[in-house]
Design a protein around this ligand. Structure first.
Ligand code: 4AD
Ligand code: MG
Length: 465
């Protein structure tokens, strides 16, 4: 018999129909007449109830059907008298594909802590929580591709191995085939990369932006969506060493249109989750965060605040004057800490904020310089519960100004001639942003730790699984 997915079976009302379902046992309970098996196959957070009559199945047959076992059930779809479900399956035949020894199976009881589940990341997708998070993760990826496709953007693939440090923060993982125990050196003691695979020093990319700009300078509107790597040694609930980033880049737009795009795009993604992930969101709302769905609706229904960095710092300094305590200082020129961002968003405005016009010293070299010569046209989006979710900017399209900044920062440019060529040939105003995919997922799922919104997180001292 052809398998029916549980999601579909639960919506079916053809009572009396023969049906086959397959999945993993969540629990089995019963009495001396009947056994009830809760079965889940990942297609939905909901389980289907299998009713096994002890007239048809002996205790011996049933004893292999323990939590975690994989089974295939042939039976009859019947209307359920039980609460919270419309249908169940009266089992005729059960085949056990794989048993799960109750003595050792690590997912025995309900309500394991998220910390414990992180240690068994190979099995945690089988829990309700991670099933919900991972289905939402898939849905957000679909929302992102759909949004850009429908708005005329082209999906542009940028390399993962690169010789340039886009953000200039020196947080790159090196890529090499050299023998690390016997490194060839130049006469002055430097490592000689001439015999390395690429003939020069290379690393995993921290951003696809620089190549994305090349795409936008030809196709007009592009976006990237791929893995990104940062060797920042920050053990925070908001940083990963390997994360996914979405980076649209658009020719011929200014700051205002960039901010409009950021807001429209984020609202589209959150609306998609509200529309298409109802069961999973309801579960996360009930289990972890009673204000989750309300917060998602809030973002969809409010206009984001537009605020310059300077205005933001003034508000924060005013708050400090009135007795607000922060861990980190907040002077003009400092990078805002997450606590500052969250104060503005959660306490002061109670709305998402798009912060613009940052001091150039705290931003990357490629951002467009303002008339004041001090600030650049960055456009970061700050979200409740998250802080920075998007980092964006208008790009400096003027060759001389860009070169001056590169010189000032002493950025080694010999590997960046191709980037500068965009400013020499047909340079045009353009802008773009980067959305951290897992930051979006933190917001949409209400999870507290970024390690819980990616199947197999990479962070300092951890590359298990
Ligand atoms: O602000 P960032 O560093 O900006 C860029 O990389 C630009 N090149 C983007 C662009 O304009 N095309 O990173 C962008 C976003 C951040 O706002 C944050 O959401 C996420 O990427 N992010 C991280 N997410 C998880 N772990 C990390 N270590 C992250 N670092 C940045
Ligand atoms: Mg940033």
């Amino acid at each position: 018999m052809k398998r029916t997915e549980i999601k579909e079976a639960l919506c079916c009302s053809e009572y009396g129909k023969s049906i086959n379902v397959k999945g993993w046992v969540r629990s089995r309970r019963g009495n001396k007449n009947v056994s009830f098996i809760a079965l889940n196959d990942g297609s939905t957070i909901k389980n289907i109830q299998i009713v096994a009559d002890l007239e048809k199945f002996s205790e011996d047959d049933l004893k292999l059907i323990t939590t975690g076992a994989s089974i295939s059930v042939d039976g009859t779809l019947v209307e359920s008298m039980g609460k919270g479900q419309n249908v169940e399956i009266q089992a005729e035949k059960i085949e056990v594909y794989g048993t799960a020894d109750p003595q050792t199976y690590p997912l025995q009881k309900k309500g394991h802590s998220l910390e414990y589940l992180r240690e068994i990341a190979h099995l945690r997708p089988r829990t309700n929580t991670f099933g919900a998070v991972l289905r939402i993760r898939h849905n957000m990826a679909m929302a992102i591709h759909t949004y850009f496709h429908e708005h005329g953007y082209f999906y542009f693939h940028t390399p993962l191995i690169t010789a340039s440090d886009c953000e200039g923060a020196g947080q790159m993982f090196q890529v090499t085939t050299k023998n690390l125990y016997n490194l060839k050196r130049t006469p002055d003691g430097q490592i000689d990369y001439s015999d390395d695979f690429f003939g020069k020093m290379t690393a995993l990319t921290v951003s696809g932006q620089l190549e994305g700009e090349l795409g936008a300078m030809a196709l007009g509107k592009i976006y990237t969506f791929g893995p990104t790597f940062r060797a920042e040694n920050s053990n925070t609930p908001r940083h990963l060493a390997e994360f996914w980033m979405i980076e649209p880049e658009v020719a011929f737009i200014q700051k205002d249109e960039l901010m409009e795009l950021e807001e429209d795009f984020l609202k589209y993604c959150v609306r998609w989750a509200l529309d298409k992930c109802q069961d999973d969101l309801q579960f996360l709302n009930d289990m972890f965060d009673k204000s989750l769905i309300e917060r998602l609706r809030g973002v969809v229904n409010t206009d984001f605040v537009h605020l310059t960095y300077t205005e933001g710092v003034n508000i924060l300094q005013e708050a400090i004057k009135n007795g607000k305590k922060f861990e980190f200082p907040c002077n003009w020129g400092d990078d805002l800490a997450s606590e500052h961002e969250r104060y503005l968003v959660e306490e002061h405005f109670k709305k998402p904020v798009i912060m613009t016009d940052y001091p150039k010293e705290i931003k990357a070299f490629y951002m467009k310089l303002n008339e004041d010569g001090k600030t650049v046209q960055g456009t970061d989006v700050l979200f409740p519960a998250i802080g920075e979710i998007i980092g964006g900017s208008v790009r400096e399209e003027n060759y001389d100004k860009l070169m001056a900044e590169i010189d000032r920062r002493q950025i080694p440019m010999k590997d960046m001639w191709w980037y500068l060529d965009t400013r020499r040939y047909g340079s045009a105003p353009h802008a773009g942003f980067g959305l951290g995919f897992e930051r979006l997922l933190l917001f949409v799922t209400g999870m507290q730790n970024i390690r819980d919104v990616i199947p197999f997180p990479r962070f300092p001292k951890s590359a298990e699984f």
